[in-house]
Each structure stands twice: as C-alpha cells, then as structure tokens.
Design a protein around this ligand. Structure first.
Ligand SMILES: [Zn+2]
Length: 171
C-alpha cells in the first residue's frame, strides 16, 4: 500500500514532529521504504514524514526522482547547520498540490542528520538539493514553504485552497 499524502489544512503539517530515538530496527527500515514510494509516485524530490500523517523527524530526498541511486538520501532528526548565498526559484509542495511560488532560499546548505543506524553525518548541498534540505527540515518543525512568501500571496493562496475545500476538491 502506498501512503496517501496529507494536504495543507491537516494540523500534523503544522506542528513539530517527534524526534526519532530508536534506530537500526526493521520497523524504521520499512518506514523509510514506505516514505520513498509515495514521493516517487508523486514525482517529488523530497518528502517529510508528517506528509504521510506521521509526526516523526524523518525526511527522504532524491533530487533525481529515482534516476540515480546515489541521490537517495535519508535524513533523520536533521538540523540545518550552515546556509550560504541566495537563490530565488519556484517551489512547490506535495501537500499543497497545484500551487507554486517563488521562494528565496540559501544556495549552499549544510545539514546535520542521522542515518537509519543512528550515525550522525553532515552533508552539503547546492541549488535544488540545498532547497530540498531547507524545505524538508522545515516540514519537521511544522513550517511550510508558504511561510517564506509574502502575506499577500499567502492569503491569496489560502483563499483559493478554502474554495477547493468547500467544493470538496481538496481531500
Ligand atoms: Zn513540502
């Protein structure tokens, strides 16, 4: 079964997820596999556990969307430790389908995280990968990319989403 992706409006997306304390278990490994599947199915480059309704500090990233096995990344309990430069580009979110906005982000970003065994590692990414580190880590702290756009644009987006909700087109 592929987990359905939770959409904007669900409170799980706007609260800090629980820190992972148990590593190297079959349950965690199975959960990680369960996270890559809906991301690939939705053609996304990253997915955070709250997006499948699980409040847990786990994110998966693959900027190649399954093309390059070396790009498969698991971030557990990630923290952003360095941000350098700037980039402005279009960003979207699988939990806010149909919308994209220009978002200003750091261009070179270093994340400190744990792997499935609980080992800490640091990884630095540029451009799209840097953006994914920031976007997915934000998710685990209950922050959506729309908190990084202007109030005007955000309010407009929220009104459009409300309309979709009322019409039953946002489930
Ligand atoms: Zn997202």
């Amino acid at each position: 079964m592929i987990y359905p992706i939770v959409k904007y409006g669900d409170p799980v997306l706007e609260r800090e997820a629980d820190t992972v304390t148990e590593f190297d278990t079959p349950e965690l490994q199975a959960f990680l596999n369960d996270m890559f599947e809906p991301m690939y199915a939705a053609k996304g480059v990253g997915l955070a556990a709250p997006q499948i309704g699980v409040s847990r500090k786990v994110a998966v990233i693959d900027v190649s969307n399954g093309e390059n096995p070396d790009d498969k990344l698991v971030l557990i309990n990630p923290r952003i430790v360095r941000v350098e430069g700037k980039q402005v580009g279009e960003e979207g979110c699988l939990s806010i389908p149909g919308f994209r906005e220009q978002v200003r982000r750091g261009r070179v970003v270093t994340v400190l995280a744990q792997n499935a065994k609980g080992e800490e590692f640091e990884k630095t990414g540029e451009d799209l990968l840097a953006r994914a580190f920031l976007h997915e880590t934000d998710h685990l702290y209950g922050r959506l990319y729309i908190t990084h756009i202007s109030t005007l644009k955000r309010d407009l987006m929220k009104r459009k989403i409300k309309k979709l909700q009322r019409a039953g087109d946002w489930t």
